[in-house]
Ligand binder design. Sequence first.
Ligand code: URA
Length: 435
Amino acid sequence: MRMVDLIIKKRQGIELTEEEIRFWITGYVNGEIPDYQSSAMQMAILFKGMTKKETSILTDAMEHSGETLDLSNINGVKVDKHSTGGVGDKTSLVLGPMVAACGGVVAKLSGRGLGHTGGTLDKLESIPGLTISIEGKRFEEQVNKIGLAIAGQTKSLVPADKKMYALRDVTGTVESIPLIAASVMSKKLASGSDAILLDVTVGDGAFMKNMDSARELAQLMVEIGKNLGRNTKAIISDMSEPLGFAVGNSLEVKEAIASLQGHGPSDLMELCYTAGSIMLVQSGLSKNVEEARKALEENVANGKAFEKFCLMIEAQGGDISYIKDPSKFEMAKNIVPVYATEEGYISNIKALTIGVSSMKLGGGRETLEDTIDMSAGIVLAKKIGDFVKKGDILCTIYTNKDEKTYKEIIQEILSAYSYSQFKIEHTSVIKEVIE
Ligand code: URA
């Protein structure tokens, strides 16, 4: 078999066989197939697509390209959640403790941020002392003891995705539905949870820009998960404006702490309550989503969800004094308000522009080798639907960059805002649930 023939076959839109897909993935992971051929194949897939059968085979081949986790030493129904990425998305930090406080078992492997999207691991690492490198027995013991762990993926888990994702990132082949589905689901399946809840984001700050493509991706991933024996459901959530108010690592941790103490932004809390309710039903801990939501609300109100968060931070070596007193987090040197240049109801805050601006302020990385300034980012003062007068504060930037640099970024931030003279209807962050 020759890789070039498979590329041509896919370029012609012909379905690849199981043997051909496995030949590609095995050869690519062990170095026999070079980046340029794999890249050409990914581009052919981006243009010609894949059938459901091909996508399932690709997912399975990627899942088994390295070691898979066996969570059988962890008691109970293990439930995992994965978001396809967004701006200000600190959901895992809030949702994990909420679900664990209700008796759920959350053994979660998370990722790092790249480009305009943030990553849960980076956010957690803004807490001094905290490690995300917990593997094997330590991971199992922590989940068995407190019902919650958020760790980084080990090097040997789904090596095919590590190579393919890095290649997609630099060859313009990220936005392919079968490639995203196989990337996400191979990691979720290899991580060993019994139940999976997917949060497929849609809008300006997401990979999926419209509902049709978000629905197609969500349905495809749910089908793959179910076919491979996992209880899989998906939410489609809005990512046209950033989620919550804070964007940037320690700024988001502080917002997560406030949320677990009952002071969360309404869009973030709605997403956490909806996702958490589905996860508790998937775990068999609640009969229906109404009962589950009540349990989640109670555990936020009585402080148990916050307690779980503290237990996780301590178990992973984090300095708990920062959680008890978030004013201890190091502040950026420059904290600069950004003022409205127009009057009206805010009709749009482009999440992509805010995410890229936060990255440029130091809060994100352009390449995986970049280091992050944990204190950098943006805190919104207003959201879509709010009325502002000229000169009102729209948001505040936090940065250690020099004045010339941040002044240019402020102009980009201002370009993210649109205004309307008419009142804007508030729409729910939850667009659809796919079961
Ligand atoms: N998240 C992933 O893990 N993979 C993708 O391809 C896109 C988002």
